[in-house]
Structure formats: C-alpha cells, structure tokens
Design a protein around this ligand. Structure first.
Ligand SMILES: *Cc1c(COP(=O)(O)O)cnc(C)c1O
Length: 947
C-alpha cells in the first residue's frame, strides 16, 4: 500500500494495534467482526463505485485547478450577500484553527468558557445593533431565520391568545426573494396563508397574526416602518423585520420602532460569501418571547464558588426537546461563524464599524450621483448601500461581464447595485466607465468619494452601541490575537483529546480537507452569480452529489439543507409532495419510534404531519409487532416512518427490512435518519435496507468540523420516486422537475464547506471509506470489550456486537449518590470531554470513538473511565463531599493555600499518570444552571449589574 494514502492519516489504529484490538474483542479478523455486527441480508456485496483515491498532495492540486474554473467577478449583486474583509487575524486564529473549529456544542460549560464568551459577544452585538432585548447564539441563514420568526409569532398567537382561526401572514414585497421562497415552504404545511403586498398601501384585517418587512428593502429603498408597526400592534398583530446588520450601524434599529422580532445574516461581518454559506443568521426578540425563541441562548450564571461563568441558558426550552410540540427543529446552528462575526465586532469596535458603514454609504451616494450625471437615474429616494437604476440591461450586462463585474438584473430596464466594505474609488470609477460605455457616453473619473448623505434624519441612528469594554479593547492585532488565544485555551477541542460523543461522530477534520476553504477562488463567489462563472463549484457539487448517491445507493441528492434537522424537514416535505402528486392529500401520518432523536418529531410537526409514536422493546429495538399494528391501523393515511439506522442505541436491528416492508405495504415511504451513517458507509446503505430517503450529516460522517455547534450540512439523498421533488431556489433553479420551494436561502446551502466532504470522499476512495467504517466499528467494540466488566453496556446486536457506538448504563450509581452528570464532570479532570449524556436513554453515557482515534487514545479514555468507576465504588450517598461531586477541579482550587477536601490534590487533578504530561484545566468550577435561568442575562453586561 502507498504510504502517502490519506486513509493512513485519517484512520487511527495501525496494523499492530489492529491485531491486539481484535484479540481483546475476541474475533479473528475485522471481517469476522463486521460479519457479527451487520445482518447478512443487508451487507453490500460490491465495493462502492468511486474514482480511485487521491493523496493529500494530489487532492490539493486537483482542488486548486478546479478552483480556477470559478471566475471571481466583482460582486454588486447584494440580496443579502456581500463581499467583506475577513480580518486576517480572525482568519488565521479562528477560521483556520482547529482549537476553534473542532470544538463540540458547549454542553459541557466548564471546558467551553472560551467559545461561550465569544458567542456572548455575538449576542451582545446583535442585541445592541437591532435594539432588541435578547438574541440567540445564531440560526442557519436569513431565510430560515425569517421562517422561524413567522413560526414564533404564529405560536404566540395560537398558544397565548388562543386564536386558532387567525392564519394570515403579511409579507412585504420588499422581502428578499429567497426568504419569500423559504416562507412559502414553511407556511404551507402549517396552514398559514402568506399574503404578499405593498406595505405602504396595505391594511390589516382581523385574520392576520403577523407580518414581515425588509429593512432596507431588497433593492435598497429605506422606509420608515413605525406607523406600519403601530397600526399592526393596535390590532394585536406582531411584526418581524429582516434587517441588514451593517446598515443598523447608521439606521434607527428596528427595536426602537417597535419590531417584535428582528432577523438577518451576519455574513458581511467578515464571513466569506462561499457561494452561499455557511454564515451565521441572527434572531433577536423581546424578553417576553424567550421561552418560544428557537435556537440556543448563551447566558451568564455562577459556578460552585460564586464566580461568573457562562453556559447555554434555558436548556429546557431547546426546541427539539419539545418533540412533537416543537415549533422549530433547530439543533446544529452556525456557531463558528457567529464566533467570527462577534470577533469582527470586537476587532473593529463601534468606531470601526461606523467607519465601515459610513464608507459603504458614501460609496453608494457617490455612485448614485455619478450615474445621475451620466443620465442614469436611481429609483430609490433614500438608501444605505444599494441603488436600483434604470438602464437597458441588454446593453449594460455584456459590458459589465466583459469587465468581470456582476450587477443584479431586476428586469430589462432595472438593475440593482450593492456596494460593500471592499468597494474602492477605483471600483466606483470602473462601474461608471461600464455604464458610460454601455450607453455610449463619455466617461469621467472621480477623484474622491462624496460625503453627502441619503439617509433621512428620521431614520438616522442616534443610540450608542457596543459600549461594553470588550468592544473597546482589542483593536490591535497583538491584543486580538491574545484575546482569541485566551479564549481558545479555555476550551477542550479535538486538538487536545478525543471527543467521543455518541451520535455526533467527532472524527478527524483533516487539514487537507480544510485548506481549500481559504482559497479565494472558492470562498469569494456570490451564491447568485451566473452559474457559468461558478463552473468549479458546479463540477465539485455534482461530483459530491454523485459520491453521496453511490454511498447511499440512491438516485438523487440535494445539498441545500444546512443541518441534519433541515435535511429531515426537506425529506419529509419531499415525501409530502410525492403523496400530493398522486392525489393522496390525506396521507399525513408519520410513525416515529419512541427512541428517536427529538428533531425527528419536531421536523414532522413542522411538515404538518400527525405523529404516532411506536414502541421500543426491552432490548432497545423497534417493537415490530406494535409498528405493524400502527401501520395497518393508519394505512389509509400513512405518510411515512422515520427510522434511525443503525438505531440510536447503536445497534444494527436485524428486522430492518421487515420494518421497511411493512411501511411500503401500507402505502407509506421510509425516511432514514442518517446520523449513524458512519456505521454504514461501504458496508451497507439506506437503499439496501429499504429506505426511500435519508439525510446525511456531513458534519458528522463526512468530516465537516462541528465548529462548536455549527456549521452543518444535511443533504438528503432520495430514490427515483422522490427525485422530482428536490427543492429549488427562486434565483438559481436547482432540484427536480416538480421541485418544492426552498428549504434554505442559498441554492446549494453551505456550498463552501461541501468542499470538506468532497475532499474526504475523494481522498479516501471506496476502499478507504469502507475501511473507515470498519475501524469505527472496531474502535467501538474494542472499548466495549475493555469497559463491559466495569460498566453495564446496554443493548447490542444479536451476536453481542455494538455498531459504531455503545451505551454505558450509569443509573445504578445513584445508590452511591452519583449521577451520570458527575461522571461527565469528572472526566474533565482526566482531560476528556464527556460522551453524550442521557441520550437516547436517561442516566447513560453514549460513546462513539470514531475511526480516527488510535489505540493509545482509546486506552487512555478507557483507563479514565475505569479509574472513575473505582472512585464511584468508594463514594457513599451519605457524604457527597467526594471527588466526583466536586468535579471538575480548577487550577485555582488545587493551588489554593487551603485545601478542605477529604482527598488529595493529586487525586483531584492528576489521578492517572498520563495526565501530568498534558493537563487540561477547566477554567471554572461546576456551573449553576438553575441560578442562570432564574436570572437570565444573555449579553455582556457585568453580572454585578443584575444581582
Ligand atoms: C445530530 C442528529 C440529528 C440532527 O442533526 P443537526 O445537524 O444537529 O440538525 C438528528 N438525528 C440524530 C439521530 C442525530 O444524532
């Protein structure tokens, strides 16, 4: 075998490890292990039909070459996406730094204080720029954030005001087209009626619950919305505003003219356009809606010593936990991008942001004046950064494209031009010369930008923002570099030790997969650029879709959904469209086994389905007889089954083919949740088990880093029946011949990070992918073999094997006063992040090691768990002052002059030898969740202000 094969870098255990591990497990070969793990009838007989694997070096030159097929034109397209300057210090220290991008969602707050602070900065930025009371830690994109706003307002109206017959939602015709398309998708199954119109002439009748406006309008016009909102409020109608974040530096924030929700994207705060994403959307609202707010909120609390500490607040309101009562399914969001946008605000501070916004506005005003001189008139009476001008598109477009410039062509006589942070005087002169040439007039050259203003006094921002010291301190590169490092050091990421989160597949995110994200030819394209300028992307995305078709055995893929939960929703909407196309309007019952992840019922609820929960047996498997009874009972209205395979318990259930057959026999389709695809790739696939559609979490199985809670990509792969219904986009058509409207704002979702999965598959090839799966199963079964005499392992396959993950039962330790959470916190003292806590079974730990961890790392983790098991043995219910209850132990505790605990400092912080070499110190003691929820603070204000 070639020694430069990527598989050797990606997969942890080497040949020697393999033999020892097989012996420990008690099998002769890895083939035997797989035979004992995956049922015979679903094992693939042939290798995946993929191109030969490339080495890392070969891949990087391939992707660089392919990148040259993307033409980087100057982009003035706007519509929510703008060129921006990524501060190099942020690019190098966050975007390209595994200390930041490999972190997990900050559930274990004590080892996540760094990114929690960074997200708190993001929330503060949003709260202050929008003028609202609270903001969340990001959503997926502006389009879905607007849909979440609609859902929140609908929920508030129906739940709190008990007005069930009020179904109309007004949408301003100034709303971005992609946002409108997402609203269409999301409103239909809920029975919400969208009414699109002109907000200046519109009058509300009593059957409206809400409205949404765009600020500034999609082609730049500024409106004063205060009387519209006042009128709505008189009728108890709530109003959401989709706002441009940079414009809010200069404009009256929507919170000051009465908005109930403000949404938008922070892309132009230093996040590359990336052909559509990923970018962090924001969602800000009033305190009174905090319990209905989608997404995660970071809040301030105290630790066991009463010191300030941060953690995710109001965990119980996380939407997907509400299952079928959820109004949103958001789980993975865009944390890494939110961290970057927040840092952009920290780096520039209020004065820097004002400088940028003023410069952008001045460029727009200068351009409008210059074009007027040419006899080209703008239709906006006032604007921030975008002007719509009257000109013959058939004359302007060819000249513009010749000069590698993109405008947005609204119709034959109108086009819009959005300027941005990167726009220079010479760019303005280039635009002027393009118009002069197009209309045959003499060109002139500006020597300076004008300083006149087009913002009416009534809309000018008067309130201060970002006054907190964090936004007024780190303005030199040394300062920001050290601030970023200070935060990074508080967080445990994959560059410290394995993160064995069951169901989350925290595998290696290889540097060679990540490097292309920084290449200008890949990260600087506007999602609505003409597709012939994005040939490199079109080729890469098609190849990735094909690779995923091969892996799943399906016929078609859409990359549009930007999280697993969005994929679920997309898949269910495709199923819905399929039934509707056959006249089966009544088919809307969705069967979901009780062990399913919370996003499954939440997605089904959003798709307007009636959810029937089916039983799980004692051994964790689906109760096939109960499923059969339910399927037959609902056969006239059966839409689908949602099933996770291998199950959320980490088992390849042998009845899977029988299960999918029962559903098909009763007229339904099968949706497979692909979160556990890492146990299938190359060995079996969703098509073989009888599924019709599945989503894949590219941020789990296919190596996109978790980013501390996003980005994600959740493509759906479908069989022939569902291909026609894959989603489209209103500007760049995608999807099938009977495509459903948009799932996400961008045509190809978060296209930039699709490169990572493309690199992963291209470098592993068929053999490497299969080997990765085999080793994921090997690693899990090795850990099982080492741990099962210390902890009861719940559930295994018929031959006693786990799949790629396993569940340790910790419920019996309650007798000793030890909860599963104590074990999770104690693991921090051993330098490890806890596995998944209490999912899918309360009181358990679910461990998924992945193929990327070598035997030595697995052994350290097993040693830690075995050592903790001994500590549990020594604990008693009567005296909780023990090493588990007090965990984690901070450096401050261990080095304090007084030590009042009944065990040694060494036992507290260095319980095993390996720790001394690579100690990780949690930066706070155990955080107090209840305190923080009682005293909700989710911005940077000092805690003293609230006590
Ligand atoms: C991760 C996961 C999801 C949701 O994926 P997101 O990308 O977080 O939306 C759904 N189902 C299961 C079983 C999962 O593990």
């Amino acid at each position: 075998m070639r020694t430069d094969a990527f598989a050797l870098r990606h997969i942890g255990p080497n040949e020697n490890d393999l033999q020892t591990m097989l012996k420990t497990i008690g099998v002769a070969s890895i083939e035997q292990l797989i035979y004992e793990t995956i049922p015979d009838d679903i094992r693939l007989k042939n290798e995946l039909n993929l191109e030969p694997a490339l080495s890392e070096f070969e891949y990087l030159s391939h992707i660089q070459n392919l990148g040259t097929k993307n033409k980087i034109f100057k982009s003035y397209i706007g519509l929510g996406y703008h060129p921006t300057v990524i501060p190099a210090v942020i690019q190098r220290n966050i975007f390209e730094n595994p200390g930041w991008y490999t972190a997990y969602t900050p559930y274990q707050a004590e080892i996540a204080q760094g990114r929690l602070e960074a997200i708190l900065n993001f929330q503060t930025t949003i709260i202050e720029l929008t003028g609202m009371e609270i903001a969340n830690a990001s959503l997926l994109d502006e389009g879905t954030a607007a849909a979440e706003a609609m859902a929140l307002l609908f929920d508030v109206r129906t739940r709190e005001q008990k007005k069930n017959n009020v179904l109309k939602f007004f949408v301003s015709d100034e709303l971005l087209p992609q946002t409108l398309s997402v609203l269409q998708t999301r409103s239909t199954p809920k029975g919400i009626e969208l009414v699109v119109g002109n907000h200046e002439t519109f009058n509300f009748s009593d059957d409206y619950f809400g409205a949404i406006l765009q600020y500034p309008g999609k082609f730049g016009q500024l409106y004063d919305y205060s009387s519209f909102i006042a009128n709505a409020h008189e009728k108890e109608i709530k109003v959401a505003v989709a706002a441009d974040i940079l414009s809010l530096v200069k404009l009256t924030p929507p919170g000051e003219f009465g908005a109930d929700v403000v949404v938008g994207t922070t892309q132009r705060f230093g996040i590359p356009m990336g052909y559509g994403g990923p970018h962090a959307a924001f969602f800000a609202t009033k305190e009174e809606y905090k319990r209905s707010m989608p997404g995660r909120i970071i809040g301030v609390t105290i630790d066991a010593n009463g010191n300030r500490a941060l953690r995710m607040a109001l965990g119980t309101r996380e939407q997907h936990i509400k299952r079928e009562k959820a109004t949103s399914n958001i789980c993975t969001a865009q944390v890494l991008l939110a961290v970057m946008a927040g840092m952009y605000a920290v780096y520039h501070g209020p004065n820097g942001l004002k400088y940028i916004a003023n410069k952008v506005h001045a460029s727009a005003v200068t351009l409008a004046d210059a074009l007027n001189k040419l006899g080209i008139y703008n239709t906006n009476t006032s604007f921030f950064d975008t002007i719509a001008v009257k000109a013959d598109a058939s004359k302007v477009k060819p000249v513009a494209e010749k000069h590698e410039v993109n405008f947005f062509y609204i119709d034959n006589e109108t086009l819009s031009i959005s300027v941005n942070e990167t726009t220079s005087l010479s760019d303005l002169n280039q635009i002027i010369s393009i118009f002069a040439e197009a209309i045959g007039k003499e060109c002139f050259t500006l020597s300076e930008a004008s300083s006149s203003n087009s913002i009416p006094a009534s809309l000018e921002r008067k309130s201060a923002f970002l006054t907190h010291e964090v936004f007024n301190s780190h303005h030199s590169e040394s300062q920001l570099m050290r601030y970023i490092k200070k935060l990074e050091r508080k967080d445990l990421s994959l560059n410290h030790s394995m993160i064995s989160l069951g169901s989350c597949t925290m595998k290696l995110n290889a540097a060679a997969e990540m490097l292309p994200l920084s290449m200008a030819n890949w990260n600087s394209i506007h999602p609505f650029a003409p597709i012939e300028q994005a040939e490199g992307y079109q080729i890469m995305l098609k190849k990735l879709e094909h690779q995923l078709n091969v892996v799943t055995g399906f016929a078609g893929t859409t990359l549009q959904p930007n999280s697993g939960a969005q994929g679920e929703y997309a898949g269910l909407m495709a199923i819905r469209a399929y039934h509707l196309s056959r006249g089966d309007h009544h088919r809307n019952v969705c069967l979901i086994p009780s062990s399913a992840h919370g996003t499954n019922p939440a997605s089904a609820a959003m798709a307007g389905m009636q959810i029937i929960v089916t039983k799980t047996m004692e051994n964790g498997n689906i109760d096939v007889e109960d499923l059969r009874v339910r399927a037959i009972e609902h056969k006239d209205n059966l839409s689908c089954l949602m099933v996770t395979y291998p199950s959320t318990h980490g088992v390849f259930e042998s009845a899977i083919c029988e299960i999918t057959q029962i559903i098909h026999d009763n007229g339904g389709l099968v949706y497979m949740d692909g979160a556990n695809m890492n146990a299938q790739v190359g060995l079996t696939n969703p098509a073989t088990i009888g599924a019709d559609v599945c989503h894949l979490n590219l941020h789990k199985t296919f190596a996109i880093p978790h980013g501390g809670g996003g980005p994600g990509v959740g493509p759906i792969c479908v069989n022939e029946k569902l291909v026609p219904f894959l989603p489209t986009n209103p500007i760049i058509p995608t999807g099938g011949v009977e495509a459903i409207t948009a799932i996400s704002a961008a045509p190809y979702g978060s296209a930039l990070v699709c490169l990572i999965s493309y690199g992963y598959i291209t470098m592993l090839g068929a053999e490497g992918l299969k080997k990765a799966t085999q080793y994921a199963i090997l690693n899990a079964n090795y850990m099982k073999a080492r741990l099962e005499s210390h902890y009861p392992v719940l559930y295994s396959g018929e031959m006693g094997r786990a799949a790629h993950e396993m569940i340790l039962d910790c419920r019996a330790f309650k007798e000793k006063g030890i909860e599963v959470g104590d074990i999770a916190k104690r693991l921090m003292d051993y330098g490890f992040h806890a596995p998944t806590v209490s999912f899918p079974v309360a009181g358990t730990l679910m461990i998924e090691p992945t193929e990327s961890e070598d035997k030595a790392e697995l052994d350290r983790f097993c040693d830690a768990l075995i050592s903790i098991r001994k500590e549990i043995e020594a604990a008693t219910k009567e005296d909780l002052n023990n090493v588990l209850h007090n965990a984690p132990h901070t450096l401050a505790m261990v080095t304090a002059d007084s030590w009042k605990f009944p065990y040694s400092r060494e036992q507290a912080a260095f319980p095993l030898d390996y720790i001394a070499e690579n100690k990780f110190w949690p930066s706070v003691r155990r955080v107090d969740d209840a305190y923080g929820d009682r005293n909700l603070v989710c911005s940077c204000a000092p805690i003293e202000a609230y006590i």
